[in-house]
Write a protein that binds this ligand. Structure first.
Ligand code: CAA
Length: 283
């Protein structure tokens, strides 16, 4: 199956990053969001990213203009009628995702693949509201999308082999690496990453070390590019809590119990870098 036109639904940090990498790889991309202001912000962010690359001479001005010309701000969701691939990157709420997938199922051509960038929700449950569960798949990009090489490709219970192969090949054209994963809570990335972050928060909560010391141990001792508490801030503490709850509920195992300190920070609105305060403070 040939993918030419891609629609990204949700113009936040992840959606904008996904739109940027597809446009860079030469696809025509529609960027849609229910809030037109979010689309504008998303496109502006992409322009800034590309501008930085031009300044670093990683991209020419002509290439930047070519990429921008392939990005179309699309406030109207009926643009899905033209898409070969739709990637959803909206809020992590099952009811909202299911409502969107029902709508996309009505609009998108029958051959179109409907993908979700969910970080932990079951692909099979999202696919179940459509009449094409064989064409529904998870494409989990990592943040920052333009930098990180991995795309976790998650097969729902009904995902067909041809859809998996198409997404695998498409991911290669983005200069990224697809890794095949089955549909269980947290997939592979967050099943391993989030308990590590949660344990770092417990280590702080129990007074074993300062936040700086915990991050230094993992950066200097394990060569992680960021310490786990900084990474949690970077991901968003609300997202970290949501993923831990998904693991806890999904496996029914107390080893995934979210740390009370994480809950407290989220209740305080200390959500990390995006609000300027989490475990650390940001300008
Ligand atoms: N968007 C685009 N490019 C970015 C960027 C962003 N937000 N942030 C940094 N970069 C680019 C920089 O421009 C720079 O590019 P060049 O090498 O071409 O100059 C490169 O990344 C390195 O950046 P810096 O030198 O500024 O900083 P750094 O060396 O500390 O790298 C980092 C920054 C790549 C973010 C690095 O700290 C890192 O790898 N951190 C861990 C990220 C990670 O673990 N991500 C996964 C999060 S989990 C997830 O996404 C899944 C989930 O479901 C929760």
């Amino acid at each position: 199956m040939q993918i030419r036109k891609v629609m990204v639904v949700g113009a936040g940090q992840m959606g904008a990053g996904i739109a940027q990498v597809f446009a860079t790889a030469g696809y025509d991309v529609f960027l849609h969001d229910v809030a037109p202001i979010a689309i504008e912000k998303g496109i502006r962010g992409i322009e800034q990213q590309l501008h930085r690359q031009v300044e670093k001479e990683a991209l020419t001005e002509e290439e930047k203009q070519r990429i921008l010309s392939q990005l179309h701000a699309t406030p109207d969701i009926t643009a899905a009628k033209e898409a070969d691939l739709v990637i959803e990157a909206i809020i992590e709420q099952m009811d909202k995702k299911q409502a969107l997938f029902s709508q996309l199922d009505e609009l998108a051509p029958s051959h179109a693949i409907l993908a979700t960038n969910t970080s932990s929700l079951p692909i099979t449950e999202i696919a179940a509201v459509t009449k094409r569960p064989e064409n529904v798949i998870g494409m989990h990009f990592m943040n920052p999308v333009p930098v990180m090489k991995l795309v976790e490709v998650i097969r729902g219970l009904a995902t067909s082999d041809v859809v998996y192969e198409t997404i695998y090949e498409t991911t290669k054209t983005l200069n990224k690496v697809a890794v095949e994963v089955q549909d269980f809570p947290g997939f592979v990335s967050n099943r391993i990453l989030m308990p590590m972050i949660n344990e770092a928060i417990y280590t702080l909560y129990e007074g074993i070390a300062t936040k700086e010391a915990i991050d230094d141990v993992m950066k200097l001792g394990m060569r992680h590019p960021m310490g786990p508490l900084t990474l949690a801030d970077f991901i968003g503490l609300d997202t970290c809590l949501f993923i831990m709850e998904t693991l806890h509920d999904g496996f029914g195992d107390d080893k995934y119990r979210p740390c009370p300190l994480l809950r407290k920070y989220v209740k305080a609105g200390w959500l990390g870098k995006k609000v300027g305060k989490g475990f650390f403070t940001y300008q």
